[in-house]
Ligand binder design. Structure first.
Ligand code: SF4
Length: 328
């Protein structure tokens, strides 16, 4: 069968490098900004890479490799760096409304090891450092984000910026099982501390919260307290969702590490990737209660940056071009 679209581009991608079992490719990107579905809290996403070397066993984004006719299990071993990311962003930013939120790192970690060498995320931040009045979020598990602290400070002076560190557990052993190649939780908390000291709004996301593994009241409470102590301003999370591509990795993991939980998970996720309303509501209440205990916000912090631009009316395009003036 002839490959088409992204699968064809992936097959033609040039191999940039390989280490251990990981191979790095360059993939041509047609676009760098992706519109989200209407119910999302942000309107645009940017993912400078495809695949993610951190290899979290619960990663929902594995399906993106299936689009490229690759196995979901290749997600952490075949990493694609998008070419021309910054150039594309400059061309496409005009499509983003001033009140719309952009998040970097929703389907891949923008600070995974590949970023040390290819710098795609940094090139994107350099574009944002020249912008004013944007809403930008970055989600990562990596302390490598601290490399860009100079740019982050510059962006935060003229745009509303938030950096989210994902920490599912403080238990080092459990973290090693769940997120085999990601930085240790203590390193991520230290990253929150250093961002906060630099004046950057930081959040801790305990996502995804896994039933019977990381959803305990005491576990979440410890995490929220540690987040607050490190200087995080927000703490918000939701339950695990498990699409078929993610199940291929997560269910065998459960059989190996949590055999007692595996049958229940199979049952829970047999018909849908999402958990039922009752569990979601109970979890929401738990997270809300804990958040309130530590005075943490639910979402990004709205602040007025020093160099903010006011929304101005554009007189040159007024009245709208569709208006026809009566002929004199
Ligand atoms: S860091 Fe995020 S994108 Fe990377 S494997 Fe883990 S969950 Fe997936």
């Amino acid at each position: 069968m002839a490959l088409v679209g992204i699968a064809r581009l992936a097959a033609q991608s040039e191999l940039l490098d390989a280490k251990r079992a990981v191979q790095y490719f360059e993939i041509p990107a047609r676009s760098i900004l992706n519109r989200t579905k209407p119910h999302m809290p942000f309107q645009w996403t940017i993912n400078p890479y495809r695949g993610c070397e951190f290899g979290c066993v619960y990663c929902f984004a594995r399906y993106t490799h299936e689009f490229m006719e690759l196995d979901a299990r290749d997600f952490e071993d075949k990493i694609f760096a998008k070419s021309g990311a910054a150039h594309l962003l400059k061309q496409e930013l005009g499509r983003v409304g001033r009140a719309e939120h952009i998040v970097i790192g929703t389907a891949t970690d923008p600070y995974q090891p590949a970023e040390r060498r290819y710098g795609r995320t940094r090139s994107i931040l350099e574009v944002f450092a020249r912008e004013r009045g944007r809403y930008l979020g970055i989600t990562t598990k990596s302390d490598l984000v601290l490399r860009d602290i100079d740019l982050l400070k510059e962006i935060a002076r003229a745009n509303v910026l938030g950096v989210n560190l994902t920490i599912t557990t403080l238990d080092e052993k459990l973290a090693r099982w769940l997120e085999p190649r990601a930085p240790r939780p203590a390193l991520r908390l230290e990253t929150v501390r250093r961002l906060s000291r630099a004046g950057i709004c930081a959040a801790v996301l305990p996502n995804p919260i896994m039933p019977g593994i990381t959803d305990g009241e005491r576990q979440l409470d410890r995490l929220a307290k540690a987040a607050r102590d490190a200087g995080a301003l927000s703490f918000g999370g939701g339950p695990l969702f498990l699409m078929p591509a993610a199940q291929k990795v997560f269910l065998p993991f459960l059989e190996q590490r949590f055999p007692g939980l595996a049958p229940r998970y199979r049952e829970l996720y047999a018909k849908s990737a999402y958990l039922g309303r009752e569990y979601k509501e109970t979890l929401q209440q738990r997270v809300r209660r804990i958040r309130e205990r530590y005075g943490l916000a639910a979402g990004p912090i709205e602040y007025r940056p020093e160099l903010w631009i006011e929304e101005q009316m554009d007189l040159w395009s007024w009245p709208p071009s569709t208006t026809t003036f009566p002929k004199s």
